[in-house]
Design a protein around this ligand. Structure first.
Ligand SMILES: *Cc1c(COP(=O)(O)O)cnc(C)c1O
Length: 350
């Protein structure tokens, strides 16, 4: 058996020896009582990094988004969101089930809504209309292939939101990938939003955990909602220690993942029949289409697995490969060889 190169997701990262050391040495207390020093330190550190007064540690990115949406809306409200966004696509219907809101979903090329689109979707105040109270953006946009939201577009949407008295939430699960790709500081992005969530457990390599940053009063509200959702954790400092380690050690290296994604995209582009637009690879996610091959995607997927290259299925013909800190440049070169072996012989249908 060849060694496995796991490109299914950046959630596959495992804690490094240094991170495990930090976990082992963490000081802990009961965080529901506000007494875990390591959680408190992580929350203060995250708030500072994102330029907000307060932060809250939660078990998952889904909970981070859900407590933020709940804190900013009332049942019967409408939120504006892109169709492919994680919040509506991959969170088990939680916004409707837990916040009682209805999503107004807009599709946008590469996941990036325009200010005009958002403005047109805000409901006029009328007894018949659900009040639009929240706009959710996603940066980087996962389903669109790790695309970066241009800061100018975010700012235009912010201006409209402010003038129409609508709040904004950023699903920044991979915000640090956007920071790395653009050089724009995380607090500059965060300044455009009431609430920002981000994941410690993806490319940053922690085993568990996400954060939400916001004002003191909103975070206080979210603490109660987190408890209601079952997310109040006790000696969570052993997890928070991993999160602190991730923020301190694993942000500066994200550019390696982006370079590896570029390398992979270039390799894929050379394989006849693979449809990929290299220009769209902006961060650590590579989407490619195998619909032009003679073999069915199911068979290609299985053969890749036999070769030790794991990717995920995105559409019936699209595969997603995500680079992360447990995948080296050599792994990518090996993965390209395997991809060539599997795909190159399967010439075009035409
Ligand atoms: C992964 C991810 C989340 C959170 O997912 P969890 O599995 O709940 O941690 C949220 N938003 C985006 C864009 C994601 O990619």
């Amino acid at each position: 058996m060849k060694p496995i190169i796991d490109l299914r997701s950046d959630t596959m990262t495992k804690p490094s020896p240094g991170m495990r050391q930090a976990i082992a040495e963490a000081e802990v207390g009961d965080d529901v009582w506000g007494e875990d020093p390591t959680v408190n330190k992580l929350e203060a550190f995250a708030a500072e990094m994102l330029g907000k007064p307060a932060a809250i540690f939660v078990p998952s990115g889904t909970m981070a988004n859900q407590i933020a949406v709940r804190s900013l809306t009332n049942p019967g409200d409408e939120i504006i969101i892109e169709t492919g966004a994680h919040i509506v696509r991959y969170e088990s219907g939680a916004v409707s089930a837990l916040s009682g809101i209805q999503p107004c979903m807009l599709s946008a090329p590469r996941g990036i809504l325009t200010a005009e689109q958002v403005e047109a979707a805000i409901r006029p105040s009328d007894i018949h209309n659900p009040p639009t109270t929240l706009i959710c953006l996603e940066n980087t946009h996962n389903r669109a292939g790790g695309t970066v939201y241009p800061l100018g577009t975010i700012s235009q949407i912010r201006d409209i939101a402010t003038s129409r008295n609508v709040a904004m939430h950023l699903d920044g699960a991979r915000l640090f990938n956007a920071v790395c790709a653009t050089g724009i500081a995380p607090d500059v992005y965060a300044s455009r939003f009431e609430t920002v969530s981000f994941c410690l457990s993806k490319g940053l390599g922690a085993p568990v955990g996400s954060m939400v940053v916001s004002s003191e009063s909103r975070i206080a509200r979210m603490r109660r909602i987190r408890k209601m959702y079952g997310g109040g954790m006790r000696q969570a400092g052993i997890l928070a220690a991993a999160g602190l380690y991730a923020l301190e050690h694993n942000i500066a290296r994200l550019h390696e993942d982006h370079a590896n994604a570029q390398l992979l995209a270039q390799g894929l582009a050379k394989i006849p029949g693979v449809a990929i637009d290299e220009k769209t690879v902006e961060t650590n996610i590579v989407l490619f289409d195998v619909g032009g091959m003679t073999q069915k995607p199911d068979q290609l997927f299985d053969r890749l697995k036999d070769e030790g290259v794991l990717v995920s299925r995105f559409t019936p013909t699209t595969f997603r490969a995500v680079t992360h800190l447990d995948v080296s440049r050599q792994d990518i070169l090996d993965a390209i060889d395997s991809l060539k072996n599997v795909l190159e012989s399967k010439s075009l249908k035409r």
